[in-house]
Design a protein around this ligand. Structure first.
Ligand code: HEC
Length: 106
């Protein structure tokens, strides 16, 4: 639970910083860092899986971006995958899902 609180605080700070950022490029850089650091704690720094499922393009090929975005927003109840709604917007979740499918930027 403490770890989850730390994650929530870290993401909250990133979100506050994002509120001040006006350019889409800045948000993309922030979302990239968020995924590598916070999602990486479960999905692996290289997203090849850990406690969480692997999130590489080959793993997600059969899944559409909308359902992946819904998982990012609402989590998977009964599993450690937490909901990120409130920390990332629907557009952010969609951006993350599409970029995971394409091969996530470093
Ligand atoms: C506390 C651990 C944890 C964190 C942090 C976490 N996830 Fe997950 N995630 C999981 C687990 C476990 C699953 C598998 C759930 C299941 O059994 O269906 C999962 C599943 C997923 C899936 C569905 C994969 C599939 O093949 O259907 C996506 C997409 C995903 N996570 C994205 C993310 C993103 C993006 C973040 C960061 C914003 C994130 N996760 C952070 C644990 C985590």
């Amino acid at each position: 639970m403490a770890r989850r609180l730390e994650i929530a605080l870290a993401v909250g700070i990133v979100s506050l910083m994002a509120a001040g950022a006006s350019q889409a490029g800045d948000r993309a850089a922030e979302l990239t860092a968020l995924v590598r650091e916070d999602c990486g704690s479960c999905h692996g720094m290289t997203l090849k899986g850990g406690l969480g499922a692997p999130l590489l393009p080959a793993d997600l090929a059969e899944k559409d971006a909308s359902s992946l975005a819904a998982i990012i927003l609402d989590g998977v109840p009964g599993t450690p995958m937490p909901p990120w709604r409130g920390l990332v917007s629907e557009a952010d979740a969609r951006w993350i899902a599409e970029h995971l499918k394409q091969g996530f930027p470093q």
